[in-house]
Design a protein around this ligand. Structure first.
Ligand code: PMP
Length: 444
């Protein structure tokens, strides 16, 4: 009997070891980690350099409370992180995960508004669908009803605008008018809410698990940045999933040359070696908060030296192994393979993503974009089949959490062509089996 509980009572095999892109259960069965856990293990499992850095730090100290001691590890990681962010963004605040980081960004933004005499500003606009975390503040800006609705009475519901799902709305994502169309929704929402009450806009530059690697239409990100600036609304980029090289840039914001006010990091930032997250903020923003009396926020484990030593070693490994470039090159190669799966499997209605943040979506009909009937639970069935075949992928409902199915294919950034072949061959076999299993239900 297990004493553990998580979201569901579904049980999975017991993990024994993990190395590189592979994981083994206690029965010796091997799995290719085709989703890097939950898009976390960007540098692969059991990287020797990271383990060495952690061991060295452990022998020195494993905990120093941040209000009692500075640590070399946290200073070093903060400096390395700031150096990878746009100019002027050089203040780093550590936490232990993505939700904590999002909460911290929200509270820093609010304290900044107070510090500069804008106490009216408290509303945070985000998109739907989106996922920003499971704590109540992060959930309030998450646009994914199945996760939020039960907690509605306990949260201050925040305004949402539609995510720019051009492919569903029949619009061309390469037409600048499409980007402008969706960005105009942000401006309209700011005006509807009352511009002097809006604190921030929070957005994933490339959508994560809620939208299935949604890439914004041309011009969208630049336009939302302009709108935020025009209305004095802070731009917070949630790069929890897109950061640390995942999209073929260290930060996804580099694709559009953005300079936001706050960037949120976790997942690939410590690549699964330790619980770690961070927010990076503009220097002047933090200065205003400090001059206003300081940041009224902090977690006991924040800036933990072991976590920071691991994080610094992860950044070094991303550079040493050229993983940002590999994500771009292998991402393009995997994209080609997924496109070819789409030509062979009519059930795939869309392939999308950037770098190694890739996904495909099931559809009953490509022309009408109709989803498969939700009762078929096709995404979960595919995951179960690939699992059996020794490949781990990640899936979700794609249409606001209530219908549609997408599968995220996001292996560690260390993948080679050979791994991509293995992923594609397994997916091919799994899709054939799924189509066979679904055939009776689909012909009803
Ligand atoms: N933001 C985004 C974009 C995420 O993908 C996630 C996790 N899936 C979070 C925030 C929350 O991170 P965590 O699960 O580490 O709290």
């Amino acid at each position: 009997m297990s004493h553990l509980f998580y979201q569901t009572s579904q049980r999975r095999p017991v993990l024994d070891q993990a190395r590189g892109v592979y994981m083994w259960d206690v029965d010796g069965k091997r799995y290719l980690d085709g989703s890097s856990g939950a898009m976390v293990c960007n540098i692969g499992h059991s990287n020797e350099h990271v383990l060495y850095a952690m061991r060295r730090q452990m022998e020195k100290s494993t905990f120093g409370y941040r209000l009692h001691f500075e640590t070399e590890a946290s200073e070093e990681l903060a400096a390395k992180t700031a150096a990878l962010c746009p100019e002027g963004m050089n203040k780093v605040f550590f936490v232990s995960g993505g939700s904590e980081a999002v909460e911290s960004a929200i509270k820093l933004a609010r304290q900044h508004a107070l510090a500069v005499g804008q106490a009216n500003r408290w509303k945070i606009i985000s998109r739907s669908p989106s996922y920003h975390g499971c704590t109540l503040g992060a959930l309030a800006i998450t646009g994914y009803a199945p996760l939020t609705e039960h907690f509605a009475p306990m949260m201050r519901e925040m305004p949402k605008i539609p995510a720019p799902r051009a492919y569903l709305d029949g619009l061309d994502p390469d037409d600048p008018a499409t980007g402008a169309h969706y960005a105009a929704m942000l401006e309209a929402e700011i005006i509807a809410q009352g511009p002097d009450t809006v604190l921030a806009f929070v957005v994933e530059p490339v959508g994560g698990a809620s939208t299935g690697a949604l890439v914004p239409p041309v011009g969208y990100m630049e336009a939302v940045q302009d709108i935020c600036r025009r209305y004095g609304v802070l731009l917070i980029l949630d790069e929890v999933m897109t950061g640390a090289g995942r999209t073929g840039r260290f930060l996804a914001l580099e694709h559009w040359g953005l300079s936001p006010d706050i960037v949120v990091l976790s997942k690939g930032f410590a690549a699964g070696y330790v619980p770690l997250g961070a927010i990076v903020a503009r220097d002047d923003l933090v200065r205003a908060v400090m001059e206003g009396g300081g940041f009224l926020h902090g977690f006991t484990y924040a800036g933990n030296p072991l976590a920071c030593a691991a994080g610094a070693a992860v950044i070094d490994e991303i550079a040493r192994l050229g993983l940002v470039r590999n994500a771009e090159v292998m991402g393009a190669a995997l994209r080609t393979r997924l496109d070819s799966l789409m030509t062979r499997h009519p059930i795939i209605g869309d392939v999308r993503g950037k770098g190694l943040l890739l996904a495909f979506e099931f559809m009953a009909d490509r022309d009408s974009k109709a989803p498969l009937p939700a009762r078929l639970n096709a995404h979960q069935r595919l995951v179960d089949i690939t699992y059996e075949l020794g490949l781990i992928v990640y899936s979700r409902r794609t249409r606001d959490g209530v219908a549609g199915d997408h599968i995220m294919v996001c292996p560690p950034l260390i993948v080679t062509e050979q791994h991509l072949d293995e992923i594609t061959d397994t997916l091919d076999a799994a899709l054939t089996r799924l189509a066979h299993d679904l055939a009776p239900a689909l012909s009803e």
